[in-house]
Design a protein around this ligand. Structure first.
Ligand code: TYD
Ligand code: MG
Length: 455
């Protein structure tokens, strides 16, 4: 056994200290330091199973490495393939994070039972019966899906070596442990060392491993940031549990772009891929209501038309309230200030509520234009025709700024039957306007926009 030493580690950022500190000097979080045991020698002394495997890896000349070494296998789930950059890469270590109950276990079990390959699903959270019950709900097609409820990493890797599956799924990293380590499962040491062992195994055996990780209250993956550095791909599951839609964003990907996004709908029989999100996120109501408008947003490389709803009403209490779902509150404050200063709407005296349809979170600045239109539409109680879509960023002086992906946005709006799209004037250069089956209105200033709509 290697010589052990005790240190204190910040559970948020992974910084170390010889003594306990209340406020982390590195990430400024309070009360995050936990005691952990560090082994002075490297961890090869923990278990012996990996010693002979590691000799398989030899230094190799860069020239001799062939391109074909990145082999991708489709997972059978188009949305998952998309966020992975086109399929599961051999030997990849993929971390899937998300809040409890969002659908992490469902998604990966779904992958396991629908795959055509041999899959080893390691469950430290649920019993075999529980996994079976869930699998039955989803529908089992794979005869080669093995469930294993082991939490000791070395036992599980010995078994994995014998079984030689095509994919390994770990649910979850926080339940795994190396009993030789003097700390409980889920602690920083355990999480880090277990991931380390899994990483060595995936790299030497070339078996891709999916790891489920819990996230803490701020939405970061629990355990040191180190975990995110160790894995090849970090996928984050987000969405509101009160809505059926779930989104997976790629936060890091060594084998592809981080611009990708997967959208699912939670159904009684598992997660269903949503290939055409706009059609669900637009209101189906027949009545024309004030305060609602449609934004042509881009999430990653996908164009999604989303309905924005605003409610602006006279403040009942002294301080006006501002409340948002699915959008950045500070950005809303900025837009309100622009409306007040540049266009002269006395919006400071009103309560403002803003809601993005479907529990989806948007970060695209091109949503600005639809938001200001919604706000004014609600305040003036004048509805915006349902056939209008908006895409443009609002600058601090009320100018409408250019956005990226303009052609894709126009195409998607035209495809969905919108008759008019309002876009920044600065985007018009080189835009073949007669190519689209939709009227394009160029806007350079927010005042012009309001004159057209509410003038
Ligand atoms: P789960 O996948 O266990 O979430 P996590 O592993 O991220 O904690 O469960 C997600 C929720 O989805 C759970 O509350 C029950 C629900 N659910 C369905 O609606 N349909 C289904 O087919 C399944 C399996 C779960
Ligand atoms: Mg789970």
């Amino acid at each position: 056994m290697a010589k052990a030493r005790k240190v204190f580690t910040c559970s948020n950022c992974g910084a170390n200290s010889g003594k306990w500190i209340g406020n982390c000097p590195s990430c400024n979080e309070w009360n995050t330091y936990q005691e952990e045991v560090i082994f002075k020698e490297n961890n090869s002394s923990i278990g012996t199973w990996n010693e002979n495997i590691s000799t398989l890896v030899k230094p190799i000349l860069l020239e001799e490495i062939t391109h074909g070494s990145v082999v991708r296998t489709p997972s059978g789930d188009l949305e998952l393939d998309r966020v992975l950059g086109g399929g599961i890469v051999r030997g990849a270590l993929i971390l899937l994070g998300g809040q409890p109950g969002i659908g992490k276990s469902t998604l990966l079990l779904q992958l396991a039972v629908r795959s055509k390959d041999k899959v080893l699903y390691v469950s430290g959270e649920e019993s075999e019966e529980q996994v079976k019950m869930r699998a039955d709900r989803i529908g089992v097609e794979n005869k080669n899906c093995i469930i294993y409820t082991e939490t000791r990493v070395h036992n599980l890797l010995i078994e994995a070596k014998k079984l030689a599956p095509n994919i390994i799924i770990i649910d979850s990293i926080q339940t795994l442990q190396i009993p030789e380590l003097d700390s409980s499962p889920g602690s920083i040491t355990q999480v880090r060392e277990c991931t380390n062992e899994l990483m060595k195994f995936s790299k030497t055996s070339q078996i891709p491993i999916f790891i489920i990780g819990h996230i803490n209250k701020d939405g970061a993956i629990a355990g040191p940031k180190l975990l995110e550095h160790m894995v090849d791909t970090v996928l984050l599951f987000e969405g509101d549990q009160n809505y059926a839609y779930r989104i997976i964003r790629t936060q890091k990907n060594r084998f592809g772009s981080t611009d990708e996004l997967a959208i699912y709908e939670m159904k009684p029989n598992g997660l269903k891929e949503v290939s055409n999100p706009s059609e669900i996120l637009l209101s189906q109501s027949e009545e024309l209501l004030s305060g609602s408008s449609v934004a042509a947003t881009m999430e990653g490389r996908r164009t999604i038309l989303i309905e924005i709803q605003a409610l602006v009403s006279t403040a009942v209490y002294g301080t006006p309230q501002r409340s948002v779902t699915g959008y950045d509150l500070r950005r809303l404050h900025m837009l309100l200030a622009v409306l007040e200063k540049r266009v002269g709407f006395p919006i400071g005296q009103y309560d403002v509520f803003l809601n993005i349809a479907g529990g989806i979170k948007v970060v695209d600045p091109a949503t600005d234009m639809a938001i200001v239109c919604s706000l004014i539409s609600s305040m003036q109680d004048i509805s915006i025709p349902r056939e209008y879509a908006f895409a443009g960023e609002v600058g601090l002086s009320g100018e409408i700024r250019a956005i990226q992906g303009i052609e894709l946005r126009i195409q998607e709006a035209a495809r969905l039957g919108f008759t008019k799209i309002f876009i920044p004037k600065s985007n018009s250069k080189g835009l073949p306007s007669n190519r689209f089956d939709i009227e394009i209105v160029l806007i350079s200033k927010i005042e012009t926009l309001f004159n057209i709509l509410f003038g």
